[in-house]
Design a protein around this ligand. Structure first.
Ligand code: SAM
Length: 337
């Protein structure tokens, strides 16, 4: 009842990410799964990585707590603890290296407790499943909840991810913390991001890469009527970390994870906000047929720009090329037919 098999891919990736972020057991680390349900996520991290010497779990629903306690007991690991508690309430300050926030719906009410519980340097993982809000079906709710205007339509999920990241980054700044995404992604009915956490190191007044994506010069066009954001306009990926992600031997969905990793490695080399699609380029430029994705990607690369297909949509790509170059090449391919 509390075990969600649809999230197996997500937990496989969680294991891969923690292994790549913290490949060895020193220094001894502590993790906290704020919304634990059965505890399967945290237990997999304890069992399948070397990162943690202790792991705490909180869960509010009594029936889930009973299963959680049983699972921790049966695992036989030392250093595990379960608490039947409301995770929005503060825990002792600055005691965890890793905090995982994986709610049904919005993570917003849990973010202060998560940040306050993290040590000065650490890793924060946050999921949001309130996609109607983050993708603009409930536009005003997004403004109230995340302080941002979402994007409707096909660009909505990436915009939702970037709205969540901007919210987290600003909450970090309010606590003199610098939060940097190391992997942010859109999958099925949710978005999730891993952020490294450090004490604030930037000079006062240095602007955050947060804003309205429709104002980025020569970026992909954002459809619909704005304003949009403010949202995160910086990178979604730490390319070094992404390169080190490996499919765990224990993965429940190794094929899905392998395909995802191939794609994020590709797009991490052209990590710009939003993407282009042959179909939308064709309709914007009044081309009779969309250009071939492979031919367009090759043409952009030949001009010396970075380009990579994105995990967000199968036919879409990110690139460092300005919009005018992408449009010129798309037109050229159409003329050559
Ligand atoms: C999406 S599930 C967690 C799934 C789990 N992280 C996993 O990977 O399998 C969210 C859980 O949060 C619990 N929950 C909701 N509000 C809570 C609160 N304020 N404090 C503690 N637990 C809460 C729910 O009972 C539910 O079991």
């Amino acid at each position: 009842m509390f075990y969600n098999a649809a999230m197996e891919f997500d937990r496989d990736l969680n294991v891969a990410l923690v292994r790549a972020f913290w490949p060895d057991p020193v220094p001894p680390r502590r993790g906290w799964e704020m919304l634990a349900a059965t505890g399967v996520r945290g237990l997999r991290l304890v069992e399948e990585t070397d990162a943690f010497e202790a792991f705490a779990f909180t869960e509010r629903t009594p029936a889930a707590v009973a299963v959680l306690e049983q699972n921790l007991h049966e695992s036989g690991h030392a250093g595990l603890s379960a608490r039947a508690a409301d995770a929005t309430r503060p825990w002792a300050s600055h005691v965890f290296d890793y905090v995982d926030l994986d709610p049904f719906g919005t993570p917003v009410p849990f973010i202060p407790a998560a940040l306050d519980a993290l040590r000065e340097v650490g890793l924060l993982a946050v999921t949001a499943t309130d996609m109607p809000v983050l993708t603009g079906v409930a536009r005003r709710v997004a403004q109230v909840r995340y302080g941002a205007w979402p994007v409707r339509g096909s660009q909505g999920p990436e915009a939702g991810l970037r709205i969540l990241i901007a919210h987290l980054v600003r909450e970090g700044v309010a606590r003199s913390r610098e939060l940097t995404p190391v992997l942010g992604y859109v999958h099925d009915h949710y978005v999730r991001v891993y952020l490294s956490v450090r004490p604030w190191s930037k000079a006062p007044g240095v602007p955050l890469p947060v804003g309205d994506p429709s104002e980025v010069p020569e970026g992909p066009e954002i459809r619909g009527s704005g304003p949009f954001g403010p949202m995160w306009l910086g990178p979604l990926f730490d390319p070094g970390l992404v390169a080190r992600l490996a499919i765990p031997r224990t993965a429940a969905r190794p094929r899905d994870l392998g395909q995802f990793l191939d794609r994020v490695r590709e797009e991490s080399r052209a990590d710009r906000p939003f993407y282009y699609e042959p179909n939308t380029l064709a309709s914007d430029l009044h081309l009779q047929e969309p250009p071939s994705l492979a031919a367009l990607v090759q043409a952009i690369r030949t001009e010396g720009f970075a380009v990579g297909r994105t995990h967000v949509r199968p036919s879409a790509f990110r690139t460092t090329a300005p919009r005018s170059v992408v449009q010129r090449l798309a037109r050229g391919l159409a003329d050559a037919r």
